[in-house]
Design a protein around this ligand. Structure first.
Ligand SMILES: Nc1ncnc2c1ncn2[C@@H]1O[C@H](COP(=O)(O)OP(=O)(O)OP(=O)(O)O)[C@@H](O)[C@H]1O
Ligand SMILES: [Mg+2]
Length: 274
């Protein structure tokens, strides 16, 4: 039919998204509460300390990372600094300590634009689409750094999110919450990212739409794009996570595989509602 890389195993809940060459990484992580081996991570915000402007530190030696072929999930209470950590990794915050590395290269001093050029795609928590522009214009805006033919990528986005094709001439602001999130993820995919960062991609959507979005996110990960995401739906997100971080007050409180965190009594009691 098509050679759309997003289309294999559509809707499959298979969690073993690890790509060839990464076998054996899962299961080799130390237990909950221990920092996992992240020095080889594809993208890492390492021991980040910093805050906004001249304000107080929000992050305290916070580390978040994602390996090739994996989904990493950050959970934690409101105000814990999850979005701040994502912004720090994307270069929207001046770090006072720590570093950000992408594929082994130190990118701590690069601007967000330069990070996009290096292959980072970021969907922020708020204001992540242009509401007065059409769906298609939003996708075109996403490809602003590209000089090559963007049509094949747009076709892939439409095959991943068919509803966006139907609504491509409509203003993005007229779409439902779940559809807007699809536009936001699609826009980020248009840059051809090597890694995708999503801040609460399922915010404000129904459980059915959330499941659907998670399935699409798994599909994207299966194409070989590692995903670092913040999620409010902690249980469901950890269930699809190769690696999970619980953040509290700007610090790493618990780190483990998604499975380990879901099984940890303290994490369950304090962060997953028992
Ligand atoms: N632009 C900003 N300027 C100053 N302080 C900010 C800014 N954005 C966030 N903060 C502060 O940083 C802290 C962490 O906020 P952040 O948005 O990172 O939390 P979060 O974990 O993403 O929360 P939520 O789950 O509600 O999205 C909060 O105390 C917040 O008031
Ligand atoms: Mg947030």
């Amino acid at each position: 039919m098509s050679d759309n890389p997003y289309q294999d195993d559509r809707g499959n809940h298979d969690l073993t998204i690890t790509r060839p060459g990464n076998e054996g990484q899962l299961g080799s992580h130390p237990g909950t509460g221990q920092p996992m081996e992240t020095s080889e991570a594809f993208l890492i915000g390492d021991s980040m300390t910093g805050g906004y402007g001249k304000g107080p530190d929000i992050l305290h030696e916070c580390t978040i990372a994602v390996n090739r072929g994996e989904i990493a999930v950050i959970v934690g209470p409101n105000g814990a600094g999850k979005s701040t950590a994502m912004k720090a990794v994307f270069g929207m915050l001046d770090l006072r300590q720590g570093s950000v590395r992408l594929d082994g290269q130190d990118i701590t001093d690069l601007s967000p634009q330069d990070r996009v050029a290096k292959g980072m795609g970021f969907v922020p928590q708020n204001a992540n689409i242009f509401t007065s522009m059409t769906v298609e214009e939003n996708l075109e805006m996403g490809a602003f750094i590209r000089r090559d033919d963007i049509r094949p990528t747009m076709e892939q986005v439409y095959e991943l999110f068919p509803i966006l094709r139907d609504k491509r001439r409509q203003a993005a602001g007229e779409l439902s919450g779940g559809q807007r999130q699809q536009v936001a993820v699609g826009r980020a995919l248009m840059t051809h990212p090597k890694v995708l960062m999503l801040d609460e991609p399922t915010a404000g959507v129904s459980p059915i739409v959330m499941d659907e979005l998670f399935d699409r996110i798994i599909e994207v990960a299966r194409t070989g794009i590692p995903i670092l995401m913040v999620e409010q739906n902690a249980r469901q997100a950890l269930a699809i996570a190769d690696k999970g971080y619980v953040m509290v007050q700007g610090r790493n409180a618990f780190t483990g595989t998604g499975k380990e965190l879901l099984a940890d009594p303290e994490v369950r009691k304090s962060f997953l509602g028992g």
